[in-house]
Design a protein around this ligand. Structure first.
Ligand code: ZN
Length: 555
């Protein structure tokens, strides 16, 4: 639907699909499916729940049940044929049928996320950009024309997080709240949340679960998002409609997901120290001072947790290692946002994937610099940096947000911003002596290896698109250099620093100006994978692309 944006990326992703040993025409046979499935290394994810109170242990069971309902809602959100197809796959007891089912569950749909969403089940359509949020035959233009005819209040709902757009009997577009659209699933989910609320002794968890259960009925998520911001509990829970990536038309509509986790107090404390420098970093961002935020939202909490169960959008494809919520600007303006780091997920990924990748792509002279701590620190910084830089704008007297102005490329640009500005921020803290400068080289080299890890996820993902932009930019500025004789990349520690600073400034300035055209030009200019990177990616085919979690507590 936006060929000018997807065309260059499509060719690359097609190439990636080939080097990952999969082509859609052969994917229907068992061997191809097996090789697609093998890219996800089965990994047990759990944590010691014995320290939880008896009430919390009982609540945990209810919350895992509620998370399974998020799976069901999410399946419906992906595509209107998704649930019927799943039931058909479940009835097929052949070996091939079981492989199809297994890969369907990994992707939560019939499109392989690592292969530019190529279908792996014959007869299914192309993955809809509108997901199941809008009518399949609706164009962006029709939506925009229709929204202009609505009252201000209705316009907000039409573009809001928690509504779908359907056609009425006269084929006119209409707004349906999630509370109506998913009523038969949200009601039992709300029931389970209420039961969990009555079991836990923790007041803030009780409050969040109670408010969220109400929101499932009222479709008003404001109070429960506020309650989530104040949540401070050994059992840390995130459940409901959150991320907007799957709405590839507008990035407006939120997908249901759940993270049921156990708080890691020691790590959380470490990270809180770090966040005390955020205002100073904002005040020194490499942008026009008028674009800096003189007063960041105060006391935004950070949690480091271990994942016990994930549901809905948290399950398919590449697994979330950290997130930053809520997305609702009303709440981020008032209370900032909360970051949740899934430490056991990150460790599993580092050991299973990043270490073997580094052996292939990083110059042997720099391989000893690969380390978990800077990997973890960068992911932390990424989440923190989402909260810095421009968010709300006034353009020609009109109040708006970066998210609204950047539309469907907003996510890719925002992910690139969080990544690259994290390197900027960590360098700043090291230069000031706030954190250990000895880790400087480890940071950049580990980041280099992690860029390959992200690009392997596929370029249809916001993180993948954002990472290709960064990689090409850093190569363009000689911050990352390919060594022809060793057939591997290395970091130029002097040149990478100004390049990081420059790209941080470029992206944040685009966001501050709400300049959609300049954003498109930037993404397009740096969208092609270098040939050297492509040939190295070919050598990574036997390394898993991601983990496939198994949750023992769910059985
Ligand atoms: Zn991010």
């Amino acid at each position: 639907m936006h060929p000018e944006h997807h065309k260059p990326l499509f060719a690359l992703s097609l190439f990636l699909s080939l080097i990952l040993c999969v082509s859609s025409s052969h994917a229907s046979n068992a061997a191809a499916l097996k090789s697609q499935i093998r890219r996800f290394a089965p990994t047990t994810l759990t944590a010691d729940t014995s320290r939880l109170s008896r009430g919390d242990q009982a609540a945990l069971k209810k919350l895992i049940e509620a998370s399974r309902i998020m799976d069901s809602i999410y399946l419906r959100q992906v595509w209107d044929g998704n649930v019927a197809l799943l039931h058909r796959l479940e009835r097929d007891k052949t070996r091939l049928g079981q492989l199809r089912l297994q890969y369907f569950l990994i992707n939560m749909g019939p499109w392989s996320r690592l292969d530019h969403n190529a279908p792996f089940i014959s007869g299914v359509p192309k993955r809809p950009e509108e997901a199941n949020y809008y009518p399949p035959d609706m164009t962006k233009e029709e939506f925009t024309r229709w929204v202009a005819t609505l009252t201000e209040d209705e316009q907000e709902k039409a573009r809001g997080f928690f509504t779908t757009i359907r056609r009425d009997n006269d084929r006119h577009l209409m707004i349906v709240p999630y509370s109506t659209e998913y009523k038969e699933l949200l009601e039992p989910a709300a029931q389970l949340l209420q039961e969990a609320a009555s079991l836990t002794e923790n007041a803030s968890l009780k409050n969040y679960l109670t408010q969220r259960a109400k929101a499932f009925f009222s479709n008003n998520y404001y109070e429960s998002d506020i309650a989530w911001m104040d949540l401070d509990s050994p059992l840390d829970v995130t459940i409901g409609p959150y991320e907007v990536y799957m709405d590839e038309l507008f990035n407006y509509k939120a997908a249901f997901e759940a993270f049921i986790t156990l708080r890691n107090d020691e790590e959380t404390q470490k990270l809180e120290n770090f966040s005390s420098y955020l205002q100073e970093i904002e005040d020194n961002l490499p942008i026009d001072p008028k674009y800096r935020n003189p007063k960041l939202g105060a006391s935004a909490p950070i949690r480091v947790v271990d994942e016990l169960y994930a549901g809905g959008e948290a399950t398919p494809g590449v697994k979330t290692a950290a997130f930053n919520l809520p997305n609702d600007e009303r709440i981020t303006r008032e209370k900032g946002s909360k970051r949740v780091m899934l430490k056991n997920v990150q460790e599993a990924k580092f050991n299973t994937i990043l270490k073997p990748i580094a052996k292939v792509v990083v110059d042997p002279r720099q391989q000893s610099l690969i380390a978990f701590e800077p990997f973890f620190t960068h992911i932390l910084a990424h989440e923190l940096m989402h909260g810095l830089g421009p968010h709300t704008l006034t353009l020609n007297g009109r109040e708006t947000t970066v998210r609204q102005e950047m539309k469907e490329i907003g996510s890719a640009l925002e992910e690139a911003k969080a990544d690259i500005s994290s390197l900027f921020a960590l360098q700043y803290l090291m230069d000031k002596g706030y954190i250990d400068k000895e880790k400087e080289r480890q940071l950049y080299v580990t980041y280099l290896a992690s860029m390959f890890r992200t690009v392997r996820f596929g370029l249809n993902d916001a993180h993948g698109k954002g990472m290709v932009l960064q990689f090409n930019y850093l190569v363009d500025k000689d911050g990352i250099v390919f060594d022809k004789s060793r057939r591997s990349y290395m970091v130029d520690f002097e040149k990478i620093k100004p390049a990081v600073r420059q790209l941080t400034g470029e992206i944040m300035t685009i966001q501050a100006e709400g300049n959609y055209d300049r954003a498109k030009t930037l993404l397009k200019r740096y969208s092609a994978l270098p040939a050297e990177m492509q040939s190295l990616l070919k050598k990574l085919t036997t390394i898993p692309v991601d983990i496939q979690p198994m949750f023992p507590l769910a059985h």
